[in-house]
Design a protein around this ligand. Sequence first.
Ligand SMILES: [Zn+2]
Length: 174
Amino acid sequence: MVNNIFEDLIVRGGLVGNNNQLKLFRKIDFSMYPARAFAITINDIYNKKGLDYLIKLGKIMGESAAVMFRDEINKMKSLIKKDYQTIKNLIEISGFGKIEEFIEDEKKITIRIKNHSVIAPSKELFSNKSSVCSFYGEIYGAFIRIFKNIKKLKITHTKCGCNNGEFCEWVYEK
Ligand SMILES: [Zn+2]
């Protein structure tokens, strides 16, 4: 396996260009947006609609993406396991961030992220008032719930890169 998930997908034909569109698994259309613009948009949604609404949006985005991937993987009847490495890879190719650490024990799952393409410009623009972490925390939680068949997870953002932390950390309690 190639180290970089994008290279690996391209080599295996999992990510191809077709009619000026990027397609994953030959089916799923991909759009990419400039990260800084996305950071500004998320913060604006938070300021106008509040935290609960932003959390709801993160949940919708994470669930729709995770369900789509899960269903495609199920259809492929492939050897792709629905384990944490796959969840990590899918989160990364979706552009939701490169997860540095994924630690699981009996009761909880811990995720750590550094140098996130949207969190970094958001920190630069809004410092500790940045709200993008609430959005991404929900997205990662949705992937864990869908792929691991867990009904409910309690999410805590235990460390934040926007708040003088070295990285962002979320803890998901089962
Ligand atoms: Zn954070």
